[in-house]
Design a protein. Sequence first.
Length: 138
Amino acid sequence: MRALALALSLIAGTAQADYVVAQRNLPANGIITADLLGLRPGEVPGAITDPAEIIGLEARTPIYAGRPLQASQFGQPAIVQRNQVIAMQFTRGALTIMAEGRALERAGPGDLIRVMNLQSRTTIMARIGVEGTAYVTP
């Protein structure tokens, strides 16, 4: 009886989680949809286990079919394109300074990117807001 209980506990303990893979290759900057994803049995450290976590996000790197997907490969879809002229805003207390800048990278909301001030030609780091404005912090 003990042997049967031990055997059943070992069999139950071998259950594995599924991880998410791409069904086909996807270039960088592509939007993830449910039909692009599949599940494979097994455990891969750092791999995404729930497809819902990345549906609607943008691939930051090329995605290859059959490989485990990791959260670092995805981000919010870009709202600012490279070389796009965008508004820059610096706020400190009651002082707000607005200027135009050129985005030197593609970015989604919340991304920290390099922006070149069009008047001074100085390159600064700024965080992109949901409306596409570059917010400069001291």
